[in-house]
Design a protein around this ligand. Structure first.
Ligand SMILES: Nc1ncnc2c1ncn2[C@@H]1O[C@H](COP(=O)(O)OP(=O)(O)OP(=O)(O)O)[C@@H](O)[C@H]1O
Length: 286
């Protein structure tokens, strides 16, 4: 069965209708992210076992797999959020353009600024205005900007997040008053304000309706011109529509999570090498 014959993946891949237009101006330097031999523990429980994955520059990499196999843990390791959990430990390296973000001389804040995160549930600051929400990341990272710079940043981030036209006349309105899909795009705009080089997205559409999901997917594909994207998704149609690369995680019967197979998304869906990948992408388990 090919991806196009797949009963749950009949929509055209958004990648295939990508607009070749590239705006003027200096091309962004796209970041390559690579995880090497990542193992992760909660207390003494090993949940990821020596996982390695290259996430190429300017591409969208989808992490797929059944619940509990360690996708979110892996994603959180990619920007040093795993260490927020008191019992959490890890080993291995995460290389951003060849530099290990876990090297002792690297700052946690630098890793978090360079590698942003968008969560499953939209989490804007509800009482803050739309504009303040976009600029919130600047305050958190201690970045100073004058009024003109802030205004143009708000416009460019909201535009990139696909929200500008819907909110440009009400930037003072509270972020909490937007729809769920708009709130998620506001969170994307907030992440973009600190100019990340990689954007991690943990099931960013799971709380959204199909129309909002589609808008976020289009936004992701636009963003991949400038930012390397890694997305966790349970939605096989979404992985097929948006991602260039795919990694299938599995933790069978109490064993820690590993990557069973990874590669080009189309090949993973059309010609999976491992029967477990075949079963998973064709909805036979998970
Ligand atoms: N804070 C935590 N403390 C202890 N164990 C945790 C914690 N977070 C996750 N785990 C455990 O680590 C394993 C991997 O969880 P993780 O959330 O990374 O999986 P996942 O593949 O993202 O699952 P899902 O698709 O359901 O979100 C699971 O067994 C989970 O119970």
């Amino acid at each position: 069965m090919t991806i196009d014959e797949h009963p749950t993946a009949l929509l055209p891949r958004l990648q295939d209708v990508r607009d070749p237009f590239v705006p003027d101006g200096p091309a962004p330097v796209l970041a390559h992210l690579e995880a090497r031999d990542i193992s992760a523990w909660f207390g003494d429980r090993l949940v990821l076992d020596r996982v390695s994955l290259a996430m190429p520059a300017g591409k969208i990499t989808a992490l797929i797999g059944p619940s509990g196999c360690g996708k979110s843990t892996f994603l959180r390791i990619l920007n040093r959020m795993h260490e927020l959990v008191p019992s959490a430990q890890l080993s291995g390296q995460v290389l951003l353009d060849g530099d290990n973000i876990y090297s002792p001389e690297k700052k946690l804040t630098d890793a978090r600024r360079a590698i942003g995160m968008v969560f499953q549930k939209p989490n804007p600051f509800p009482a803050m205005s739309i504009e303040e929400n976009v600029l919130a990341g600047l305050a958190l990272t201690g970045t100073k900007a004058d009024r003109d710079t802030r205004e143009s940043l708000v416009e460019s981030c909201l535009t990139k997040a696909g929200l500008w036209n819907e909110v440009k006349d009400r930037l003072d309105a509270p972020g909490g008053g937007l729809s769920g899909g708009q709130q998620q795009r506001l969170c994307i705009a907030r992440s973009l304000a600190v100019k990340p080089r990689v954007l991690l997205m943990d099931e960013p559409c799971s709380a959204l309706d199909p129309t909002s999901t589609r808008v976020i997917e289009e936004t992701m594909i636009e963003l991949a011109r400038e930012v390397t994207i890694v997305i966790v998704t349970h939605n096989m149609q979404q992985a097929a529509r948006v991602s260039d690369k795919c990694a299938f995680f599995l933790a069978s019967q109490g064993t820690p999570g590993v990557i069973v197979e990874h590669g080009d998304t189309r090949a993973m869906f059309e010609r999976p090498q491992d029967p477990r990948t075949d079963d998973y992408v064709n909805g036979r388990f998970g």
